[in-house]
Every structure is written in C-alpha cells, then in structure tokens.
Design a protein around this ligand. Structure first.
Ligand code: PGA
Ligand code: ZN
Length: 422
C-alpha cells in the first residue's frame, strides 16, 4: 500500500473570479495528482462552510489562505506518512480533525479539496479510472452507464445580471438516449436558442453557468422562448426533450411569501404551488428543483403529494447533501430526488453515504456542479461511479462546465469499448 509522501495546497481562482483551494498529493509509489473544489453562489443555510480569510484587502475578504494553511499544517501533520488502503481512511481522519457538523474549523473548502485529491490519488495508484475505483469501493452491482444530463441554458436569479427570478431553465434529453446523442441534441438547442434570442433582439450574453441571460417580463416567458427555439430544431418537445427548472426559491422568499414578477402580489405557499400546477399543464416539467424555500417543509410535502407523480421534486438547498436534512425530507415525503454536491457536506465519503441513503429511500440522484467551478472534473467520475440518474453541469458551454461533459464523453467511450469486448 502506498504512503502519503507529501501534500501541498494553493489559492487559485474559480470561474467567478473568487478564490478557491487546490491541493496536490504525492504518494510513495510516484503518484502525483491535483484537485480543487467548487464554490456556490446561492448557498443554502444548511451547507458546510468554506473558510474565508475575511481580509478585505485581498479578494474582498474571500481569500482562502487560512484554508490553504490548514492543509499545509494541521492536515499535513495528520496524514503525511500514513499508509492508505482506501481514500476513506483519509476522509475519516479529516472528519476527526475538524469534528464539527459544518466543517467550520478547517473549512469545507480545505477538507473537500484534500478529499477529492486523495480519492484521485488512490485511483491513480490502483491504475484504475476514478469512476471505476469508486464504483468498486461502493461494491455497486449496477452496470456502468452515463447519467442523463440536465443542461441549464437560460440563467437567472443570482446567476445572471438579468431580471428573471428563477435561477435555471433547463433542457433534459429523454433518459433512453445515450449521453452523446443527448449532448448533441441539447447543444443544437443551445445554438437555436441563441439565434431565437437574437431574432427577438434579446441579449445572448451568458450567466455563471453558461446559459444565456436575457431579460423577460415574466419567468414563464423564458419557457415560451425556449420552446420556440426547440421548435426550430429536429428535437421534439415532450418526446425526446423536456423542461426542468431550478427555481432556487430561497432567493425570493421573504416575510413568509414568494415574490416573483409573474404575479403582482407576493404569493403564499399554496399560491405558488398552484402556479407550478399551471406551468405543468403547459410544459409538463419533468424536473423541479427547490420550488419552495428551505424551511417550508409542509409546502414541500403538499407539492410532492400533488405533483410528485409526474415531476421530479428535487431538494438542493432543502437537503444540502446533509444526512440529517435528507432523513427529514424522507420522513416528510418532501422530495422524489436529491441534488448531491460534495462541497455542501465536505468529504467524498459523506457524499457517498448520502447517495446510498437516498437511493435506498427510492429517490433519484442528481450529481451537480456549483456556479463557481474550476476545471476539475471529479464530479463526472463520481456521478458514473454512484450510478446517478442525472448530472447537472450547466450549459454545454464555458470551459469549467464542458470539462465535466467532455469527461463523460470519454467515459462513455470507455464503457462502450468494454461492453463490446465482453
Ligand atoms: P449554486 O447554484 O452553485 O450557486 O448553489 C447551483 C444550484 O443551485 O443548483
Ligand atoms: Zn439548485
């Protein structure tokens, strides 16, 4: 078994010009790998916390030199010289070292950056692709397949400087399609949308996740425009391509009401549930993420009961990749799907545990990027390894998004070649 020979870290910047942590690990067998962690913008209250320096003279207080120092000192002292059988040995040490629920001592950014890098080092040392290594670790019985992609092609909310309340308007290929054909179809739709926006004299500038960021009088106008764009392609809406929304409703929930431009008055929970019912009548959403605020539990249960048969009701800020929040959601029958973002909880090991509990409860698994990303493609392998149902990595545009989609293309090719051999 190899030994961790050295670990070092550095402050880098992410796709939103915000600092994040990158780690390099060297093993005694000559393996040297690097990994980094993402950062959210619309961050739920129940997420693990990144450690930020708070020095206003550097990056507006968002520097991560303290998190980097934690890796170089506390974490290095605890793990350098350790023999590693599995990545989980190191994750357990990290969890003991921090010993808080929200990773506030060492910082979730420090911990996850190390966790990802160690997992990658273990796979490399075992001479296995990362997805296969994690798949073996999980003793997954399922055949390897690429999850169905969810492409966020109109950005709003906190992810774009426009006036749209909902954060993400997404297109989703039919699950029966291969990953590469779904990518092809949705990329065509992305280009068609650009043309349609231009024809309507709307901006084609993009938001944080690579989707376009036009302004619209109402949120539903974005769906209408998207439908118009799809109709100019060979894709058939409702047959091979579907709509999804990440409402990210925490961002417009104030004083116990939902404030969106589609309605002149703030909406109660019941009113916004009826509003989703109307949207569903027209567009038959297959996917609805964070439709209600993170503590509106009764609303979630009611919505799930009413619309959960036809639409995947997905918790992101609600569940925060947190086992306690997930358990509440299961008990309250509040969701039918869960977003998995490793940096919401802090380690690869804990993220895998949340996936297993969610799957045992019959929930669909959606592995997701963050709005502030690096070119690290760890989550692509993670999604395949965990046999996730969906991946959500943004638009098929911008380097930090396509790093993940392109990794999935390579994995798809490998899996196909392996099946042909057997
Ligand atoms: P975030 O957005 O990374 O800003 O949280 C992604 C999402 O809400 O799904
Ligand atoms: Zn979300």
């Amino acid at each position: 078994m190899p030994i961790i020979q050295s670990i070092t870290a550095r402050e880098i910047i992410n796709s939103k010009a915000v600092p994040t942590v990158e780690t390099t690990v060297a093993l005694s067998d000559g393996t040297i790998v690097t990994g980094s962690c993402p950062t959210g913008t619309s961050i739920g209250s129940y997420e693990a916390t990144d450690l930020r320096d708070g020095d206003e003279n550097r990056y507006g207080g968002k520097g991560v030199l303290k998190a980097v120092a934690n890796i170089k000192t506390t974490i290095a002292q605890a793990i350098v010289g350790k023999e590693i059988q599995n990545f989980s040995d190191i994750d357990k040490i990290l969890l003991e070292l921090d010993a808080t629920q929200n990773k506030s001592v060492l910082g979730a950014n420090a911990i996850l950056s190390v966790s990802i890098t160690v997992a990658r080092a273990c796979a490399r040392s075992a001479k296995m692709p990362l997805y296969k290594y994690l798949h073996h670790y999980l003793k997954q019985q399922t055949n390897l397949r690429i999850p169905t992609p969810i492409f966020n092609i109109i950005n709003g909310g906190e992810h774009a400087g426009n006036n749209v309340d909902f954060q993400e308007f997404m297109v989703i290929p039919a699950s029966s399609m291969t990953f590469s054909s779904g990518l092809l179809m949705c990329t065509n739709v992305y280009h068609a949308l650009k043309n349609t926006l231009k024809k309507n004299s709307l901006t084609t500038l993009v938001g944080d996740e690579g989707g376009f960021g036009p302004t619209f009088p109402k949120n539903t106008d974005a769906l209408a425009m998207l439908k118009k764009a799809i109709d100019t392609t060979s894709a058939k809406f409702g047959y091979d391509i579907f709509f999804g929304l990440d409402v990210a409703s925490n961002s417009f929930y104030h004083e116990h009401a939902y404030h969106i431009k589609d309605n002149p008055n703030p909406m109660s929970t019941n009113e916004i549930i009826s509003y989703f019912r109307e949207i569903n009548k027209e567009y038959a959403l297959v996917y609805l993420e964070d439709p209600l605020a993170e503590d509106d539990w009764d609303g979630w249960s009611a919505l799930c009961k009413e619309q959960g048969q036809d639409t995947l009701i997905v918790g992101d800020d609600l569940t925060a990749t947190n086992p306690y929040r997930l358990q509440i959601a299961i008990n309250k029958k509040a969701i039918t799907g869960i977003i998995i973002k490793p940096n919401q909880i802090g380690t690869v090991l804990e993220s895998l545990a949340v996936v297993e509990v969610a799957r045992a409860a019959g929930l669909k698994i959606i592995v997701s990027h963050r709005s502030g990303e690096t070119n690290d493609d760890f989550i692509a392998d993670f999604a395949v390894a965990t046999a996730a149902d969906y991946v959500k990595f943004g638009a098929p545009a911008r380097g930090e998004r396509i790093a993940k989609y392109n990794r999935l293309l390579a994995i798809e090719e490998e899996i196909l070649a392996a099946t042909k051999k057997t």
